[in-house]
Ligand binder design. Structure first.
Ligand code: WTA
Length: 634
């Protein structure tokens, strides 16, 4: 096929519309997205007012929204507790014996917990936190495996108004230290290890290194997975996770939380050096995550659902922990890799647990695709109804594979676009709506999005520009922890719209296609990694003078990292040195941030003001147009 044909073939595939099966439409909560969307735009507050009434409040709000640009308050003066809606509400409705989570590891070891059992443990853990002196407004860092215990830790904090800050267990000591320190956490909750690819990866030693010198971290709570008496051996600062629960059994009244009280901080990468602590609050986050999950996953409460993310990312917070519980479904949660001990493990578990709704990332789909169609073909996947995608653009090829080989053309795909900052899913197609492979779809109810130039002018259809959101929504971030200026920047960059810092286009029918990040943030296997974070880690190596990092297209991970490194005078480049630099990054940030490729260079392209022009390096590397070089120094 020649180039031109190849291109039109691709266009054809992107433009194709795929209609949902009748049974999915019949079951769906939403059958007429277009008219409901129009209605919701006319009365945004009325829309959310109605949704919020589906949940429990100790005291109702006086006002749905107070918008004092760029600061929003939602469900003003409403009083609630998200754990009450996640747990107590179902027990009071007589559903306490329903399974909340089925935990499974790579070996097939399984653990189940009902809603009632989960509430008992959350209460006991919350009582335990109180006994250690923790109270509303304190911060606690959680560095734990993808597990029921991690969920107990998060909900235990939320029960009493302690602000949790979960740090992905794949991060290393430098990244963990920065996050604990920025939030000045009074305690760290961790585990002796996490399991991946048949190995035990230690977590406690990393946590211990990360808290060195941080005197305000009063407690290290350890889930001692092999019951080795770790806490006892280590001394006073250490607390045994399971003992804390055992010794503090009994009810724990949920703290009466104001809608705008903080729920959690989650750090995410941006253009500047230090990751920012995105702050979410109780009320709006609760309502928005509950309802998006209900609509996009069409939850009625009788589903088995599996989100393959990790609790350490926003997808885990919103769509493993809070919203599935609020919707009363049974969730599968897995600790381990997608292709270990064999590349059919996920499909084996889908069959075994009769999963109805499955939510994963394109990078995983592309990886599993490579093992061949015969792998999923071995399993009965007929329980599946809705397939979700998140984290990066899903290319039409992966979309079709997911649709045909996993969904067997009987499922719908919801390609959900959203961010740590948005808290909830913002763009997708509701299950009853026609899909376009490669395009995420349309905005959620009440959300107005546009694709604009840097002055905020809307661009014609099919033109790539900045993706902005024009109006506030309940689960929007409220601030960046300790950095209110950074928060304001989201709304002040482009015409007083929320700047998502993504590139996108909108077609004639209003379907939105996400192109990728507009800033210096890499998307490696669906994980957000800041170029500056990696560069700072590289220059920690004593032989390195300077470094610049770019993303290169990767067929599986979306992007992979390449680093250009300037060595100190007199240092000889070598393969050995490349490995050392990679190790430095592994130690500081973690394996996900390691540059796969390193090139030693004499100097880096810079602007007159000394800013590294990564754009130039990237264009040269990929053979693209370099663009305007007038500000280039050299
Ligand atoms: C990207 C993850 C295309 C996007 C929930 C965004 C996507 C960043 C999609 C946020 C999607 C997320 N299609 N790109 N369906 N979903 N992204 O904060 O670049 O880890 O800005 O939140 O992921 O990543 P974050």
């Amino acid at each position: 096929m020649d180039k031109k044909n190849e291109k039109s073939e691709l266009l054809l595939k992107v433009e194709e519309k795929i209609y949902p099966p009748e049974d999915i439409i019949k079951r769906a909560w939403i059958k007429d997205y277009d008219s409901l969307y129009q209605e919701s735009i006319k009365d945004k507050e009325g829309f959310w007012d109605k949704v919020a009434q589906e949940l429990h409040w100790f005291e109702k709000w006086d006002k749905v929204l107070e918008w004092d640009f760029p600061h929003a308050k939602w469900f003003v003066n409403g009083k609630t507790n998200i754990t009450y809606n996640a747990l107590d509400r179902h027990i009071k409705a007589g559903n306490g014996d329903k399974t909340a989570y089925i935990y499974v590891d790579e070996e097939g070891n399984e653990e189940r917990i009902t809603y009632r059992e989960l509430l008992d443990k959350v209460n006991a853990f919350a009582n335990g936190l109180k006994s250690l002196g923790l109270k509303k407004g304190d911060r606690v860092s959680i560095y734990m495996p993808n597990s029921i215990e991690a969920i107990i830790a998060m909900l235990g904090c939320a029960r009493i108004g302690v602000i949790h800050s979960v740090v992905f267990a794949g991060f290393s000591e430098g990244a963990l230290h920065m996050r604990i320190n920025d939030a000045t956490a009074s305690a760290v909750i961790t585990a002796t290890y996490t399991k991946r690819r048949g190995k035990k990866i230690p977590l406690l030693p990393t946590a211990e290194k990360a808290v060195e010198g941080l005197d305000y971290v009063k407690h290290i709570i350890v889930w001692d997975r092999d019951k080795e008496g770790v806490a006892e051996k280590k001394g006073e600062r250490y607390v045994d996770f399971e003992k804390l629960i055992e010794e503090n059994k009994g009810d724990c009244e949920p703290e009466i939380m104001d809608s705008e009280d903080p729920l959690f901080i989650l750090y995410t990468s941006g253009t500047t050096g230090k990751p920012k602590g995105v702050l979410h609050v109780v009320g709006g986050y609760m309502v928005n995550t509950y309802y998006t999950a209900k609509i996009y996953f069409d939850f009625h409460g009788d589903e088995v659902y599996w989100c393959t993310a990790d609790i350490g990312w926003i997808t885990g917070h919103s769509y493993i922990v809070y919203s599935p519980l609020m919707n009363g479904v049974t969730s599968v949660i897995m600790e381990g890799a997608p292709d270990h001990p064999h590349p059919g493990i996920w499909w084996e578990y889908v069959e075994k647990y009769k999963v109805n709704v499955f939510y994963t990332a394109p990078t995983a789909i592309r990886m599993l695709m490579r093992y061949g169609d015969q792998i999923p073909a071995k399993y009965d996947l007929s329980s599946l109804r809705i397939l979700g995608s998140v984290g990066e653009p899903i290319n039409p090829e992966a979309w079709h594979w997911y649709y045909e080989h996993i969904g067997r053309k009987k499922c719908v795909i919801v390609d959900t676009w959203w961010q740590t900052e948005t808290g909830s899913q913002m763009i997708s197609t509701v299950p009853s709506y026609p899909m376009k492979p490669g395009k995420a779809g349309k905005p959620f109810f009440t959300i107005e999005v546009a694709v604009v130039d840097k002055n905020g002018n809307e661009l014609p259809p099919n033109t790539v520009g900045f993706l902005v959101i024009k109006n506030p929504w309940p689960s929007m971030l409220r601030t960046c922890w300790g950095n209110p200026e950074r928060y304001k920047k989201y709304w002040n960059d482009i015409n007083h719209y929320y700047n998502a810092e993504d590139l996108a286009s909108i077609d004639e029918e209003g379907y939105i296609m996400i192109v990728g990040r507009a800033d210096d943030v890499l998307n490696v296997a669906g994980h957000r990694i800041g170029t500056m974070e990696v560069e700072s880690a590289i220059v920690e190596h004593p032989k390195v003078a300077e470094a610049a990092v770019i993303g290169k297209p990767d067929p599986v991970k979306g992007e992979r990292i390449k680093a250009f490194v300037v060595l100190k005078v007199g240092v000889q480049p070598s393969e050995e040195l490349k490995k050392e630099i990679q190790n430095t990054v592994r130690e500081i940030l973690g394996p996900i941030a390691i540059p796969e490729e390193i090139e030693f260079v004499e100097k880096l392209p810079k602007t007159r003001s000394g800013k590294i022009m990564r754009r130039v390096l990237r264009a040269k590397e990929l053979g693209l147009e370099v663009g305007d070089l007038s500000t280039l120094e050299d």
